[in-house]
Design a protein. Structure first.
Length: 144
């Protein structure tokens, strides 16, 4: 049997339950994420521990990236009596508007240790390039 000794943790759990922290398909919970640029790609990492890779859905429509995941309760036998349940269950979702400068045709996704990592390359047309000024005629040449 587990002993509950932290009244503040118990209050946090109660607030989560009352606020509907468990997401549904019509009102999913937000999943935490980090986003940063690494070389010629943008990287977005989502925390979704306890979710199987099959329960993750990644969609891109135009420039809108949508990530949805569902964490279901673990299968338990009839002789299991739950003493404490704090891990959130339900549907988690995040939508991100991507810039036109990202190549959404070549997104790579990896899922390891509860972290979904998306790598989105920066499109060639968005990379910096030099503009050379021509001779006396003033022609300009773009090199990429």
């Amino acid at each position: 049997m587990l002993m509950r000794t932290d009244p503040f943790r118990e209050m946090d759990r109660l607030v989560q339950q009352l606020s509907g922290a468990s997401g549904t398909w019509s009102k999913p919970s937000v999943m935490p994420m980090d986003a940063y640029r690494q070389g010629d790609a943008y990287v977005i990492a989502f925390d979704i521990p306890g979710v199987s890779a099959e329960a993750i859905d990644i969609d891109v429509e135009r420039n809108m990236l949508t990530v949805k995941a569902e964490r279901r309760p673990a299968e338990k036998s009839d002789n299991v009596q739950m003493e404490l349940s704090e891990r959130p269950l339900g549907v988690f979702s995040r939508q991100i508007m991507l810039a036109d400068t990202l190549d959404t045709e070549h997104i790579e996704a990896d899922y390891e240790a509860g972290v979904l990592t998306l790598r989105i390359p920066i499109s060639e047309r968005a990379k910096p390039r030099k503009v050379a000024i021509g001779g006396a005629s003033g022609r300009r040449q773009i090199s990429g």
